[in-house]
Design a protein around this ligand. Structure first.
Ligand code: ATP
Length: 223
């Protein structure tokens, strides 16, 4: 299996009010192409911090992150931005959709940023949203959609560029249990269909059991 992500000795500390907390203390993780991994850990254990580092959203960490064979620390800002756009997709707890754009526009936009033509981007967005049961909601704005629908649009947006790795931070944390189950099932199905890997932080052991592998963050390391 080819390797999508290799994290070695990842560390991250914060200093708050003069006190230093070591949130990540040497995290090692390898993710193979197409692998779907649940990241579990109690509140405050550092799941979001870990996803932010892997998401190349923040510097300030120690250790090594290799994404699709590229050592991230050796890249400048431009290189990191390109890697993020080309290789990663993100789903957050709250959808973070652009409020003034329709569902389909929210899914088209990241594709245009990567240079895909409008017709192709629109066709891909429509196909993903239809697959997620939103064929009748393409022209709705986020505020006109239910929480579960908004999260489906966020899933479509994350997958639009066929990322090698999807990072999801509590993707169904604000949904009721039944809706969360359905959205996670659809999410996993689509990720599998297109062969992406995924690292999904969750508190929910039941949802985690549907994934290929579970890793647990504890005392700043993965068990
Ligand atoms: N920018 C920051 N400055 C100071 N401390 C921070 C910062 N970001 C995170 N922390 C601290 O790092 C620890 C880990 O936070 P993080 O959000 O990564 O945990 P989590 O496992 O995702 O928690 P939850 O499941 O509640 O979302 C917490 O104690 C938090 O207070």
């Amino acid at each position: 299996m080819s390797e999508v992500l290799s994290v070695t000795a990842l560390s991250r500390s914060f200093t708050q009010g003069g006190a230093r907390i070591d949130v990540l203390r040497g995290v090692d993780l390898t993710v193979d192409a197409g692998e779907i991994i649940a990241l579990l850990g109690p509140s405050g254990s550092g799941k979001s911090t870990m996803l932010q580092a892997i998401g190349l959203l923040e510097g300030g960490y120690g250790g090594s992150i290799r994404l699709c064979g590229v050592e991230v620390a050796k890249e400048g800002n431009e290189g990191r931005t390109r890697l993020r756009r080309e290789k990663l997709g993100f789903v957050y707890q709250f959808h973070h959709l652009l409020p003034d754009f329709t569902a389909i526009e929210n899914v088209i936009l990241p594709q245009l940023i990567l240079g895909r033509g409008m017709d192709e981007a629109r066709a891909r967005a429509e196909s993903l949203l239809t697959d997620l049961g939103l064929a009748q909601r393409l022209e709705h704005k986020p505020s006109q959609l239910s929480g579960g629908e908004q999260q489906r649009v966020a899933v479509a947006r994350a997958l639009a560029n066929r990322p090698a790795l999807v990072l999801a931070d509590e993707p169904t944390g604000n949904l009721d249990e039944r809706t969360a189950d359905v959205v996670v099932d659809e999410f996993i199905r689509l990720v599998r269909e297109q062969g992406s890997a995924a690292l999904i932080a969750t508190h929910n052991e039941r949802l985690a059991a549907r994934m290929d592998r579970i890793v647990r963050l504890h005392d700043g390391r993965l068990d």
